[in-house]
Design a binder for this molecule. Structure first.
Ligand SMILES: Nc1nc2c(c(=O)[nH]1)N[C@H]1C(S)=C(S)[C@@H](COP(=O)(O)O)O[C@H]1N2
Ligand SMILES: [Mo]
Length: 355
């Protein structure tokens, strides 16, 4: 891609171009998949069992205070990635665009959070977080004609059935594609199938999974953190860039995981899983990486909101991992004790992707 074309895409966020690049990226990966770096498995073999905390509730609270001993346990082996001066920072180039094919209407964005402790007690509780309907299309202000009440609908704290918003006068108006979707969903109990090359994620949530739905306002209440760090893509390029947002560990502390009980002791689940709203791109992380103080949920770069092609409204920057773990346009964050599926791992890349 020429510099000019790159610049044009950055400034226009042109959806057709993004789709074309997506197809290109997908084709190329057929060629390179399999012949890949085997990065830092050992380092990331973190001590999943090393933070037992005794009694369930008080114990969990203790873990989530992130006191010095926990920091030592989790990060003792793990150095910080270098940080740089603003003078050296550059806008990030555009690379993968899987899962970003359609423009997302930002007003419809919510962060689904699964695997939290006591979701019912939260004002953000939703009995089925997978039912949240993201809206797509260029005009952010416009609700879909199929969902006239969408914008005025209250947050589904009490479990609003968002699916019913697509019924007009109580009658379902379904296209053939929607009927096909419904059939597939009835068989798989999953909403999204993952149409990109790696296929459906084995970690996609089942329909009916309870959890939280967070808005951007909820996220922005967490402490804001800035970083100037190097972004490294496994394809051989790297760039120093500036990010701001909230640390993933601050989100985890604010919305803590349900503890896993093992031998009568409570501990954090071993992993965190994330996917795009359409389920096409997905990544898994060990909890140590998720809790690393430089793992950042990014909302802004260089003082500007993220551009759509860089993952608006929320993407991950994780300087201790390669670029392919730095998922753009996050729709779901799930805590889990089972090693999550990962898009590029399916195509032959190392799961840990550590630097
Ligand atoms: N949703 C999504 N996130 C993604 C990708 C993608 O294709 N889709 N590609 C990954 C890869 S391989 C890289 S190198 C970085 C590129 O981020 P950038 O386009 O903001 O530079 O995004 C990562 N996150
Ligand atoms: Mo990448």
């Amino acid at each position: 891609m020429s510099e000019q074309e790159h610049e044009r895409i950055i400034t226009t966020g042109d959806a057709a171009t993004i789709r074309r690049l997506s197809a290109k990226h997908t084709r190329r990966s057929f060629l390179v998949g399999g012949a890949v770096a085997a990065a830092g498995y050992g380092v990331s073999q973190w001590i999943a069992n090393s933070i037992p905390v005794g009694e369930l509730q008080s114990g969990l609270r203790h873990v989530l205070d992130f006191d010095a001993s926990v920091n030592r346990a989790v990060f003792g082996f793990r150095e910080l990635a270098p940080t740089y001066s603003m003078r050296r920072a550059r806008p990030l180039r555009l690379n993968g665009v899987i899962g970003l094919d359609q423009p997302l209407q930002l007003s419809s964005w919510r962060l689904q959070v699964a695997g939290v402790a006591n979701p019912q007690a939260s004002p953000h509780y939703a009995p089925d977080i997978t039912a949240w309907e993201y809206q797509y299309g260029e005009a952010d202000a416009q609700a879909s004609p199929l969902a006239p009440d969408f914008k005025s609908a209250p947050a589904p704290a009490g479990g609003t059935d968002l699916k019913s918003a697509s019924k007009v006068n109580g009658l379902p108006h379904l296209s053939l594609a929607e009927r096909f979707d419904q059939m597939t969903q009835a068989i798989t109990h999953k909403r999204y199938q993952g149409t990109a090359e790696a296929g459906a994620s084995a970690s996609a949530l089942d329909i009916g999974t309870p959890g939280l739905l967070l808005s951007m306002d909820d996220l922005l209440k967490l402490p804001r953190t800035e970083l100037i760090t190097e972004f490294k893509c496994i394809e051989g390029w790297s760039e120093i860039t500036q990010w701001s947002g909230v640390r993933l560990r601050d989100l985890i502390a604010a919305y803590p995981p349900a503890p896993v009980i093992e031998n009568g002791r409570a501990r954090l689940p071993r992993y965190v899983y994330m996917e795009t709203p359409n389920g096409d791109y997905y990544c898994g992380y060990d909890m140590g990486a998720a809790m690393h103080p430089q793992s950042l949920l990014v909302t802004e770069t260089f003082g500007q909101p993220l551009a759509p092609e860089h993952g608006a409204p929320l993407r991950l920057h994780m300087p201790i991992k390669y670029g392919y773990k730095q998922i753009k346009r996050i729709g779901l964050i799930a805590y889990t004790d089972t090693r999550p599926d990962d898009f590029w791992t399916k195509l032959g890349y190392d799961w840990f992707a550590g630097l």
